[in-house]
Design a protein around this ligand. Sequence first.
Ligand SMILES: Nc1ncnc2c1ncn2[C@@H]1O[C@H](COP(=O)(O)OP(=O)(O)O)[C@@H](O)[C@H]1O
Ligand SMILES: [Mg+2]
Length: 159
Amino acid sequence: MSGQRVYEFFTHSVEETQRLAGLFGKMARPGDVFTMTGDLGAGKTSFTQGLARGLGVTGVVNSPTFTIIKEYMGRMPLYHMDVYRMGDSLEDLGFDEYFYGDGVTVVEWPRMIEEQLPPERCEIAISRGEGDRRTILITPLGSRYEKLCEAIYDEYSGD
Ligand SMILES: Nc1ncnc2c1ncn2[C@@H]1O[C@H](COP(=O)(O)OP(=O)(O)O)[C@@H](O)[C@H]1O
Ligand SMILES: [Mg+2]
């Protein structure tokens, strides 16, 4: 994909990461899919918590370590998947019902189910810097996500 724009954000605290993520939650629409990559401790779950808050989820969002999919309710459902445990068993657990459903899906460790991901999605990659610094690279795949990222980039840098 030549010319694919990548949006780059730098945060200095978990709160800052969650404020950015909250904008995604606020502007999310049914059927949106976000993938989260990054090493352990990078901030994938922290980002998801911010996104959940932006969606109006009031309960505690934590890593779905023992279940593959956790569901929360905000102004629409949030499906939080951590498919790390699926390993090589590329079993299809009916992911499409989530991806093309009426909620927002966040997938941690998307590489495990790469073939099953929708072609249009928003890829979020977090990497650690010194201390609490993080670099967050966001790649929108599809025009829906390009518009979303553009709007968020403007809003986030604007205040
Ligand atoms: N800028 C930052 N963005 C996100 N998390 C941060 C940041 N600075 C420090 N942290 C801390 O890093 C940890 C990230 O953990 P977590 O979100 O569970 O990572 P992951 O899900 O990627 O394994 C949390 O303890 C969080 O408070
Ligand atoms: Mg996690």
